[in-house]
Design a protein. Structure first.
Length: 278
């Protein structure tokens, strides 16, 4: 079919402006995400106000593969929270003395007091993940961890703690891209560690450790939820949304999430295993 002059002119105009159109669409999407984040920030401030007023103790545990986006997710969540009542805990490897302590001892000083929100960027679940895969604990220490963590977290819940546990999951290709970005980005040099360099080589071992951890430690009183974190902007919004859904607070006006943010699912869900990245 032959096009007339006006049709050819329209097509030429589209080709010349294609990049501008794509940029405009992306900018509009980011504007939409920005509006959603603003709504969620308002709700998070309401939540924290209730935590402070009611002397609640909120503990959020964030685990995930290397380069899954834990740091950025926490920064996004806490952006407008009170720094006095919000703490982020990211412990270094245990000292020689801590190695000889009761395993959970070095974590307990960092638990939230009444009126506080504490977010663990990695936690005692290191034992079920990196320590197991990299051989930093014995088989006996690994096996005893599972009944011990059940008793420990049940004790915390009985003492009035609210525990939310999340695992950020990404694909192998996405992890490879993000680790490469770390090596090339001068602003991310502090994130590089010897463990990161072995993450891809031990992908299968980490997958097995993750599956066992989620299966064995997703307790009724402290269940695991998995976040599909392959796309950072939508994953962070989905996580914030889910955190707010789990808790009650006065004036809650949380709008319904659309399908784009259906990225968080329970570790005990029937199809959870098929949704995990292997």
């Amino acid at each position: 079919m032959e096009l007339d002059g006006e049709e050819r002119q329209c097509i030429g105009h589209y080709k010349r402006n294609r990049r501008f159109v794509i940029f405009t669409v992306r900018a509009k999407l980011m504007e939409t995400l920005k509006d959603i984040r603003h709504h969620l920030y308002i709700e998070l401030v309401k939540l924290q106000k209730e935590v402070i007023r009611a002397d609640k103790k909120l503990l959020i545990i964030l685990e995930g593969r290397d380069a899954a986006g834990k740091d950025g997710s926490i920064k996004t969540l806490t952006r407008h929270m009170s720094p006095r009542e919000t703490r982020v805990v990211a412990l270094n490897k245990p000292s020689d003395r801590q190695v000889r302590e009761w395993f959970f001892q070095r974590y307990t000083p960092h638990l939230p007091a009444s009126g506080e929100i504490v977010i663990f960027n990695r936690s005692w679940y290191n034992r079920a993940g990196v320590e197991r895969v990299m051989g930093f604990c014995s088989d006996e220490e690994y096996q005893t961890f599972f009944p011990d963590v059940c008793h420990f977290e049940e004790m915390l819940v009985d003492a009035g703690f609210s525990i939310l546990k999340y695992y950020l999951d990404i694909s192998k290709d996405e992890q490879a891209q993000r680790l490469e970005d770390r090596r090339n980005n001068p602003l991310k040099q502090w994130k590089i560690s010897p463990i990161d360099e072995q993450a891809l080589a031990h992908w299968d071992a980490y997958s097995q450790a993750r599956n066992k951890m989620l299966h064995e430690t997703s307790f009724k009183f402290a269940p695991w939820h998995v976040v599909d974190a392959n796309d950072k902007p939508t994953a962070r919004i989905a996580w914030m949304w889910h955190v707010l859904h789990q808790l009650n607070y006065p004036g809650k006006e949380l709008m319904k999430a659309d399908e784009r943010f259906n990225l968080v699912y329970g570790a005990n869900d029937d199809k959870a295993l098929t949704r995990l990245y292997h």
